[in-house]
Ligand binder design. Structure first.
Ligand code: PLP
Length: 465
């Protein structure tokens, strides 16, 4: 009988057991792998088992696939260890943490040029995904309110967004029953840039999402140009459609490294902005932020009042309990780095990214889609031509050396184009970057020297898929 875990490669009736081998008196000698053990074990043994299995994870510093922070100072780590028990929701118990959360989003509102921070509203979240759900919901509520007031139907809301959005927007549309109006990417329009926008917007459009730092390529969507296209639509049709900026990465890069680029609350159509504190906010995983332009942009119906923790606590989030430590770590980074420090850290990553992209372009078989001059992220494709390898092969070869450099299909309508991407984060030093370049050159030379195609899995698919 197939078991629920057979997909992990354990099939049949073999005993699903772990066998700790540490020879401590009193420790369990056999443990079920997929059932809660019947008895207790020594903490040392439990620690060792978990620690050892986690050793098999990749080396986070060599993971060039993720946007999420893998490095913080020792002082941040100490603070983390001291504050892991704080629950962000319990604002009555932890009023200091609550006050710090408040300070953090106000700092962001200010950083993003909110014209009146006193009137802004914001919150921390578990990440950008939750922040995007809240941003999307606020747009939907506003649209519903307007439609009801006009006696019009609220049955078919839609959201206009690029096919190259992060998966959280697909989730938003799916979970909250909003039709996604996909604007496809093309060779001429790698990002949503406002062209043909009138074909997608109608009276059921709750808003437009603009991405600052597209997941696939790192490119920015030109928020000003999108707003101008919407201004035009407004003038011609009377439809007044607002923008939510998904600044998961870019909202913590652009203010420091491209300060003249107007993508934030300087653009009047922008009603809300989210970012991931755990990406270029430089905090370990578990914190995101959203700020609304003013309380009018956030429907009061989305704020809940919970009294069971003592006091009247307005809450605005999908989750109830979540770690408070990450919010304290965000405040730590804000204090520790300030504008100067954030600029220095992000600029160093941008410099490394542009050096890497220039060198990779020079290797010959590659064409860059982006150079790492927006967020420190860039992607390339393999130029056409007879060749016995693909970017998936290069991904595999680099993986053998410990580097994770993902290859994947571009978004619709460019899904037949396979691209490969590097995300440069603080911690990918110039030294490490040189070693990476050497490894890429070695593997490209090897692959280019093949006289027959790289072997495929028996079913004809690539080993990875
Ligand atoms: C990473 C990312 C998200 C999701 O953010 P999490 O913090 O991982 O939940 C959303 N949008 C964009 C553009 C992203 O890069």
């Amino acid at each position: 009988m197939p078991t629920s875990h057979s997909h992990r490669g354990f099939t049949g009736d073999d005993p699903m057991v772990l066998r700790p081998v540490f020879n401590r008196s009193g420790e369990a000698t056999e443990l079920p792998r997929y059932e809660l053990p019947e008895s207790m074990m020594l903490p040392e043994t439990a620690y060792q088992i978990v620690h050892d299995e986690a050793m098999l994870d990749g080396n986070a510093r060599l993971n060039l696939a993720t946007f999420v922070s893998t490095y913080m100072d020792d002082e941040a780590k100490a603070l983390y260890a001291q504050t892991v028990d704080k629950n962000m929701i319990d604002k009555d118990e932890y009023p200091a943490t609550a006050a710090i959360e408040d300070r953090c989003w106000r700092m962001l509102a200010n950083l993003w040029h909110n014209p009146d921070v006193e009137r802004a509203v914001g919150t921390s979240t578990i990440g950008s995904s939750e922040a995007c759900m809240l941003g999307g919901l606020a747009l939907k509520r506003h649209w519903q309110t307007r439609r009801r007031a006009a006696g019009a139907s609220t049955q078919t809301p839609n959201l206009v967004l690029s096919t190259a959005v992060q998966v959280c927007w697909e989730k938003f549309c799916n979970y909250f029953e909003v039709e996604p109006r996909w604007v496809p990417v093309s060779r001429d329009h790698l990002v949503l840039d406002g062209h043909d926008l009138a074909d997608y917007v109608d009276e059921n459009t709750i808003g437009v999402v603009a991405i600052m730092g597209q997941t696939y390529t790192g490119l920015y969507e030109p928020v000003r140009a999108i707003a101008a296209a919407l201004d035009d639509i407004h003038q011609k049709t009377g439809l007044d459609v607002k923008i939510h900026v998904d600044g998961a990465s870019g909202a913590m890069v652009a203010p420091f490294c491209q300060p003249d680029l107007e993508w934030d609350f300087r653009v009047e159509r922008v009603v809300s902005i989210n970012t991931s504190g755990h990406k270029y906010g430089l905090v370990y995983p578990g914190v995101g932020w959203i700020v609304w332009r003013d309380s009018a942009a956030l429907p009061e119906s989305m704020v809940f009042h919970a009294s069971y923790l003592g006091g009247d606590m307005p809450t605005l989030a999908l989750n109830f309990s979540r770690p408070g430590a990450q919010v304290l770590l965000q405040y730590y980074q804000f204090l520790r780095l300030g504008r100067e420090g954030y600029r220095a850290v992000q600029q160093e990553s941008l410099t490394v990214a542009q050096h890497l992209s220039a060198q990779i372009a020079r290797m010959g078989p590659f064409e860059l889609l982006s150079r790492g001059d927006t967020i420190p992220v860039f992607a390339w494709r393999l130029v056409d031509g007879p060749r016995n390898w693909t970017l998936y092969d290069l991904q595999d070869r680099l993986r053998m050396k410990g580097w994770q450099v993902p290859a994947y299909p571009m978004a619709d309508d460019l899904a037949d184009m396979v691209i490969q991407r590097i995300v440069v984060r603080a911690g990918l030093s110039r030294d490490l970057a040189e070693i990476l370049l050497r490894d890429i050159r070695t593997e490209v030379d090897f692959l280019e020297s093949l006289t027959a195609p790289m072997p495929r899995a028996a079913d004809g698919s690539h080993f990875h898929h």
